[in-house]
Design a protein around this ligand. Structure first.
Ligand code: C2E
Ligand code: MG
Ligand code: MG
Ligand code: MG
Length: 285
């Protein structure tokens, strides 16, 4: 009967939910010791200036490599890390590690580093202090650090989150830059772009025109975002750039920087160092 089918569906739903919770709990348990066990690492994706296609820096992207297992991408553990609060020590580690690594690349090649910060980290009362300590310890100049936040960090259900604003204001006074990541995928009002302490917009990869088609709608949206950003004197970074056509379009529309598989994938530290050294000589990626 329909009633029995409904009951079955509900039972399946319950079971799936229980399994999901168990899987999440297991992930959190394994993740708990990951820093101590040295299982976390950072990959670096090149960031390119579109005017001349010089490599200007890298985005730090976390990876989890449990001993004897496949590498686990962030989408599979960052949500659990956020829910459990583990993102706080993990995020602090990413920040220290990437400042330390890029400090040398900054001295040699003038590279900057962009680090993702989760909303949970910005709720910590000592977040700004943590960042300034990481900079001091690594001797990376504040102006060589970009913090990537998402719209939700600054505005949550229409309410501006004061603690996050205070941290970012303090850090910007010291020269640190702030970028809004995945721009256009959240639900915030546009007013925050004018009012909040940010420097750059990262255009989400979902806005890139589909390869091999004119895709006028995507083009219109990318142009609108770039025009809006430049009108507000915010920098623009396109992410998910995979084709030459997209590079040409972005340059034509006045986008400043880009990253994506067209230029390079996120690379292990040694390979990123090599690429920077080579790019330093040839001035191209
Ligand atoms: P994100 O910050 O928006 O990073 C960009 C993602 O797009 C990366 O995925 C990158 O590998 C991928 N990507 C780069 N170029 C292309 C391209 O041309 N095409 C496509 N399809 N994808 C491209 P990844 O490394 O798997 O990271 C996923 C997300 O995990 C990040 O998105 C970020 O939100 C989060 N994440 C990564 N590292 C950290 C971290 O240290 N802390 C926090 N809180 N979140 C992190
Ligand atoms: Mg990012
Ligand atoms: Mg992004
Ligand atoms: Mg993204």
């Amino acid at each position: 009967s329909a009633k029995a089918a409904g009951r079955d569906q509900l039972a399946t739903f319950d079971r799936n939910l229980r399994e999901q919770r168990r899987a999440t709990a297991a992930t959190v348990e394994r993740l708990r010791g990951a820093v101590a066990r040295d299982e976390l690492l950072v990959h670096y994706q090149p960031l390119v200036r579109l005017a001349d296609e010089h490599l200007v820096g890298v985005e730090a992207l976390i990876r989890w490599q449990p001993a004897g297992q496949q590498m686990i991408p962030p989408d599979q553990f960052i949500p659990s890390a956020e829910d459990s609060g583990l993102i706080v020590p993990i995020g602090a580690w990413v920040l220290r590690r990437s400042c330390e690594v890029v400090s040398e690349w900054h001295r040699r090649h003038g590279a900057v580093v962009s680090v993702n910060v989760s909303p949970r980290q910005l709720r910590e009362p000592d977040f700004a202090t943590q960042v300034l300590d990481a900079l001091k310890a690594s001797a990376l100049p504040p102006a060589a650090l970009i913090l990537e936040i998402t719209e939700g960090v600054l505005v949550n259900s229409g309410v501006v989150t004061e603690q996050a604003i205070r941290h970012l204001t303090t850090l910007r006074e010291q020269g640190v830059r702030v970028a809004v990541d995945d721009f256009g995928t959240g639900y915030s009002s546009l007013a925050y772009l004018r009012d909040l302490p940010i420097d750059h917009i990262k255009i989400d990869k979902s806005f890139m025109p589909a390869p091999g088609t004119p895709d006028p709608a995507a083009r219109t949206m990318v142009k609108a975002i770039i025009d809006l950003a430049s009108g507000l004197e915010l920098g623009t970074i396109a992410e998910g750039v995979e084709t030459r056509e997209q590079v040409e379009l972005l340059r034509e529309l006045g986008c400043e920087r880009a990253q994506g598989y067209y230029f390079a994938r996120p690379l292990p530290e040694a390979e990123a160092a090599e690429l920077l050294a080579r790019a330093g000589r040839s001035a191209h990626v």
